[in-house]
Design a protein around this ligand. Structure first.
Ligand code: EPZ
Length: 430
């Protein structure tokens, strides 16, 4: 398996452009099922998860092409709504296809996506939402079949502001008869991006970004051209990397309004963050200050996807910080690996107690999931000595060519091919 080799201890400096948002592109690609004709979606990141989504759409009879971050799609010839189990297993986000396939074909067969490293990842809220719109749900083993002669608008109250459930319901309700209101909807920027895309295809959806989303069903959708928003989690990852290495970087194509909670924490920790339009400067010349408490929660609160990243910064802070994870039940798997690099972190249920240390030390560590892996890369950049990060396929799911982007900031990092052996002193080539 490939690995990333990092020679740490060097402050990051330079300018990078932030990729398009994976978590906006995935539901938007799924929503393309609703229209016939050629759609063009720009600023799509070239990632493993995107390729899996395109493979699924192709397996259903669609035609897709990804070139230079632009996806051309034509779903006219779509002929099946049975998502292949082996493709569903590759990416749990294929669950986003339920709503649009049900709306287009009146039936859809999927498989329980199952849990992953960060938690159980249930889909009960997705199924309850589709049932409220009139779908009949039949579960047999891990197979789920949904049928609906005609989806009908409904009042839906989510027990939890689930991002995926909100998106699935939006896509199904967009083609339902009548009006749907989603209460306690997720408010993430990716939900707003999906609303803008659906409305560009002729849907009538209002309120994304607030807890109440209203959808007036329509009978047909037109193809369109659309540009995906910047990836706020990739941007946040690079912001923390600049702070943890006491660097000074410029981010281009970023939306600071999507990062207010992280900016607030970084500024309170002594990091300078300034921005104008879609350009942001992040610099840190001193040891970060500890944070009494950072609590992850649905947007606009501190994002769970940046929890592992802020933990790296706080492991270098001056004092004791507490990070509480309230969204996923298993999202502390990076802690043991950080402790192996010299961090001093103790976990008690859903809280991590982080006693800052003066420095981290390079080690061979293993990525367990996407954002845990990203955190280990950032820790390696800050650490003294060489860090080898294994199982980096997790990282490639969400970060496009992470080593190339970081090398633009002067990082000493390179990808070790499976057949390459790390010889003593064979540290990152620049
Ligand atoms: C989306 O996942 C993102 N993925 C996740 O990003 C992100 O961490 C998460 O939202 C929260 O912001 C994509 O958009 C592809 P949820 P999603 O439904 O939709 C529980 C990354 O690193 N829940 O808001 O799966 C669930 O178990 C990924 O890019 C139910 O109980 O998140 C979890 O504890 C990781 N029943 C919580 O809600 C349901 O039916 C949040 O899940 C659905 C969810």
């Amino acid at each position: 398996m490939e690995k990333l080799v990092i020679e740490g201890g060097k402050p990051l400096a330079g300018t990078i452009r932030i990729q398009g948002a994976k978590n906006a592109a995935l539901p938007i690609l799924a929503a393309s099922i609703l229209a016939k004709g050629k759609l063009v979606i720009e600023n799509v990141p070239d990632l493993l998860d995107i390729q899996v989504m395109l493979n699924i759409l192709n397996s259903l009879g669609g035609r897709t092409e990804l070139e230079n971050h632009t996806v051309s799609l034509d779903m006219t010839e779509l002929s099946s709504s049975h998502i292949p189990e082996e493709l569903m297993k590759q990416m749990r986000s294929s669950i986003f296809l339920m709503g649009p396939l049900l709306a287009r074909f009146g039936t859809v067969t999927v498989y329980q996506p199952g849990g992953c490293a960060i938690g159980e990842r249930k889909i009960n809220l997705h199924l309850q939402g589709l049932e409220a719109l009139g779908a009949k749900i039949m579960e047999q083993g891990n197979t789920i079949v949904c049928c609906a002669e005609q989806l009908k608008g409904a009042e839906i109250i989510l027990d939890f502001p689930s991002v995926g459930a909100t998106e699935n319901i939006m896509m199904a309700a967009a083609a339902a008869e009548g009006k749907t209101t989603i209460h306690n909807a997720a408010r993430e920027p990716e939900i707003q991006d999906l609303q803008h895309f659906l409305n560009a295809m002729g849907a009538q959806i209002y309120g994304a970004g607030t807890s109440t989303i209203t959808i007036e069903g329509v009978h047909s959708f037109q193809p369109c051209t659309y540009r995906i928003i910047p990836d706020r989690i990739v941007a946040g990852t690079m912001m923390v990397a600049a702070a943890a290495t006491r660097g000074n970087i410029i981010l281009e194509q970023v939306n600071p309004q999507h990062l207010t909670s992280l900016i607030h924490v970084l500024k309170r920790s002594g990091v300078q963050v300034t921005y104008s339009g879609d350009i942001m400067n992040v610099q840190c010349g001193s040891r970060p200050k500890m944070m009494e408490r950072v609590v992850t929660s649905p947007y606009p609160a501190f994002p769970t996807d940046l929890q592992s990243l802020i933990m790296v910064l706080l492991s270098l802070a001056d004092g004791l910080s507490i990070v509480k994870e309230t969204v996923f039940e298993g999202r502390f798997k990076h802690v043991d690996e950080l402790n192996r690099m010299g961090a001093d972190i103790r976990v008690d249920l859903s809280s991590a107690f982080i006693r800052g240390v003066p420095r981290l030390y390079g080690a061979t560590v293993e990525a367990t999931d996407l954002r845990a892996g990203a955190a280990l890369v950032v820790a390696g950049l800050a650490a003294h000595g060489t860090t080898v990060v294994e199982q980096i396929h997790h990282i490639d799911r969400g970060y496009e060519q992470i080593e190339h982007v970081l090398r633009q900031l002067g990082a000493r990092i390179y990808r070790l091919a499976p057949e390459e052996v790390l010889l003593q002193g064979n540290y990152p080539r620049n």
